[in-house]
Design a protein around this ligand. Structure first.
Ligand code: ZN
Length: 124
């Protein structure tokens, strides 16, 4: 399961809307507690070129930082299913995808490294 506050989710949606129709990519900072990945902070990937697409971010060049639990990126198409490219570039524990129109909890999905869909608990 993935837990995230309503406020953080709103920030992601706002960022995704700002970059639309390009892709937003952010790192998720947080911690894993039992079976729950708790997202507590958003981090702009240092080498990301804004809007160039998820696969264009050279995650392998990032310093190893164990507080990064995964990534989130936007799908301007609105489709919440990860692409093969997405699943080949999972960084951390979870891959979160937000889809157009970036409005509410039906516009977000999260997956583990195997591509299995995880439950998202939005709190606050
Ligand atoms: Zn994608």
């Amino acid at each position: 399961m993935v837990s995230i506050s309503k406020e953080l989710l709103k920030e992601i949606f706002e960022g995704a809307r700002r970059l639309y129709p390009k892709e937003l990519i952010l790192l998720l900072r947080g911690e894993k507690d039992m079976n729950t990945v708790k997202v507590s902070e958003l981090v702009v990937p240092p080498l990301a070129t804004r809007g160039r697409g998820f696969a264009a971010v050279p995650f392998y060049m990032l310093p190893i930082d164990f507080s990064i639990v995964g990534t989130v990126h936007s799908h301007p198409s609105g489709n919440l299913t990860p692409s093969t490219t997405d699943l080949n570039h999972v960084f951390g524990l979870i891959l979160m995808i937000v889809g157009f129109p970036f409005m509410d909890e039906t516009n977000v999905a999260a997956y583990n490294r195997k591509g299995e869909k995880l439950k998202i608990f939005v709190n606050g």
